[in-house]
Structure formats: structure tokens, C-alpha cells
Design a binder for this molecule. Sequence first.
Ligand code: CP
Length: 303
Amino acid sequence: LRHLLTLEGLPRAALVALLDRAQAFLDGHGAADPRMALAGTAVCTLFFEPSTRTRLSFQRAAQRLGADVLGFDASTSSTSKGETALDTLRNIEAMGVRGFVVRHREDGAAAMLAACAAHDTAVVNAGDGRSAHPTQGLLDVLTLRQAKGADFSRLKVAIVGDIRHSRVARSELHALRTLGIGEVRACGPTGLLPDDATLDGCIVGSDLDAALDGVDAVFMLRLQRERMVEGLVSSLEDYHRDYGLTAVRLRRAAPDAVVLHPGPMNRGVEISDEVADGPQSLVLRQVANGVVVRMAVLETLLA
Ligand code: CP
């Protein structure tokens, strides 16, 4: 791997190797001294959109591997003077930075930067438009694997909510398919379901109670109001009534079902407090896994 831009087409062996490496870091036998893996290497988190989890966990991951970490925040940078993303990357490359973790609102932005980068630069897509968020997909399937075991062919999962605008859902689907998931149910209001090939092979519907029936895991999605045109959702109260995951609704899933959400959560909209903070929620486990997954990715690309 030179860059990680999407999980689509990533061979199963490469995907499993990243998960195994992340698990090894988590279990404390990832490397004799992981702090040496990227000593002398500089990594920049190049974020043109807001982030808490992804940006900070990449920074934490790079630090744990011994890298020098530079944080770039578009709102306080020369982006506000009109500098392009490509000029920004080239200028930071000129400072000796080799790893770039890129978030951008435009689909394909990370791939464009990767195509134009120097031959020894590695680019990780930390979320571009609606297209892909590959490390989120990886950490989500690692979390599912820890909870349910490695044989995904036995599992039924539901992906619920604003799938149309979700790069997370696309990367989750890529990873779940590669790992041979048994059944994926995709559920959301018609206006928030994609009208392209994203959901090929899924059982698609708008009845949440039916989608939850007997599933082993529920992947909730954030309602992405910042990417939404007016009128797709009538009101947040209606959305919560029809698509909010409450404790009562969750009882339709298997008794040992687990709940994932990539964050940030709209509490009281797509998920209730009692589910978000309840015993079946793996939300903070996902965040912890994010650090080790990102360590595995950075090490694979840069070490
Ligand atoms: N899950 C996720 O991408 O969260 P952030 O936007 O906070 O990085």
C-alpha cells in the first residue's frame, strides 16, 4: 500500500492484516518498541473540515509510533486567503513531511492530492465528501470482530439512518462485504437512501422495526444536516420517532446485539441517551480502536 484512499477493492488479506496489526497494538504485542517505528518521520493532519475523533486519534497514533506530528486547521491557515489544497500540501511537503492525513468536503479530494504528491509521500483519506472514510470502516469492523468473532458470514447487521450522505456507511459496506458479511439491512427514510449502487446486495427498506428484527449489530449513522438540502427530513422530532434508536426499539434486535455509532452523535435524534450510554453500546470502544487502527495504517504506509 502506498496510500489509503478507500476500502473499495482493498484485498481481503490486506484488510485483515491491518485489523490484525491494530489488534496486536491493542493487546500490547504490536512491536518491540512501537515508538521507534516512525522516528524521524513527520506526519501532518491536513483537515479542511472539522473533526474531533479522527484528527486527534491520528495524531495520537502518529505520536505513539514516534513520528513528529503537525496539525493543520484550515480555519486558521492560509486557506482563508485562497490557497488551494494542493499548494498547501506541496508547501508542507517542502518542509519534509511524508505522511498526510486528509479530510475534505469534496469527493475525491484525497485521491487528487495523492495523485499529485511526491513519490515518497503517503496520503490517508480521513473522509472526503460522501465517498469514503476508510479508517472509520476499519475501526468499525475491528470493533464488530472483537464483539462477534471473525466469522462474519453468520452475522446480520443493520445500517440505519442518513446513508445517502454517509462516507462512513460506504466504507463500512466495503469492509463488511470484503469480510463476507452474512446479511446487511439498510434502513432510512427514502430521501436519505442513496440512488446509486451503494446498497447493491443489501436488503433496503424504510421500516426500522423490520430492519432491526433479530440483527446482531446496529450501525447507526449521524444525520448530516450540513450536507443536506432542505426538506429531506421534515423535523428532528419526526426523525427521532421514525428512525431514532431507543431502548424499546433495540429489543427487536438479538438480545446480545451491539450498537455502533461513528460520532459525533446527535443525541435524541438518531440515538437516545439510554442506548448511547447503555450496555450494548460500543461507541467508546470504537474510539479506542480508532487509535490502534490508525497506528496500523500509518506504520504500513510509512515505516
Ligand atoms: N467519526 C468521525 O469521523 O468523527 P470526527 O468527525 O469527529 O472525526
